[in-house]
Design a binder for this molecule. Structure first.
Ligand code: GLN
Length: 205
């Protein structure tokens, strides 16, 4: 089986840890900074996407400056398997509460999120969490919370009562950082989804 190629959005935030985890799982990774990193003359250049954590309002601004906002939105809306962590979840959401001034989101995941819902940086924590796919050990850093989900969205994980992990089709959004603790579950699932949805033409190329 040829390796899955994962585009990791690399405008700002915690890119390196995602790349390391994906490469440990035998994926190829490509940093995404410009529209042509994502889309070539023959269509999409990647089989899956990771939107890392960082500062969602900064990533949003850079996406628009680099002309990547619309191509990225179209690719995710078109079914490209995508994992968004923390700020990446905020970017995916349909609605963002407590946004920075002018902040936009891609609007491809039918959830409402509240930024910085667990308090400030000092309240960051490493926790064991139960998910529908089993227990994980992950880090929360100025994490958002999902405050409502649309009808097509499955809840994957909660921290106390708060929803912190969701899936809608090929899109997974999590409020925490599995890459910082080396927890491979979500990245493995992303690669499995990409393998299942990779057209034969690309997998034999
Ligand atoms: N609080 C950040 C934001 O609003 C997200 C933090 C993170 O990605 N670790 O973008």
């Amino acid at each position: 089986m040829s390796a899955v190629t994962v585009g990791v959005l690399a405008l700002q935030g915690g890119v390196r840890e995602h790349v390391r985890l994906l490469e440990e799982l035998d994926a190829r990774t490509v940093p995404l900074r410009t529209p042509s990193d994502l889309v070539g003359p023959d269509g999409l250049r990647v089989d899956a996407l990771v939107l890392p954590g960082g500062e969602s309002s900064t990533i949003d601004r850079l996406l628009r400056i680099f002309g990547l906002f619309e191509p990225l939105r179209d690719a995710v809306a078109g079914g490209l398997p995508t994992l968004g962590t923390c700020a990446g979840l905020i970017l995916l959401a349909r609605e963002v509460l407590d946004p920075a001034p002018g902040q936009q989101s891609l609007g491809v995941l039918d959830v409402t999120v509240r930024r910085n819902a667990f308090g400030s940086q000092v309240d960051s924590a490493e926790l064991d969490l139960d998910t529908v796919d089993g227990p994980v050990n992950v880090a929360f850093i100025r994490a958002p919370q999902v405050v409502s989900v649309g009808p097509g969205v499955d809840v994957l994980a909660r921290r106390d009562q708060a929803i912190v992990g969701v899936r809608q089709g090929a899109i997974t959004g999590i409020a925490f950082h599995p890459e910082l603790t080396g927890e491979p579950l979500f990245h493995r699932r992303l690669l499995e989804t990409a393998t299942a949805s990779t057209p034969p033409a690309r997998s034999v190329a």
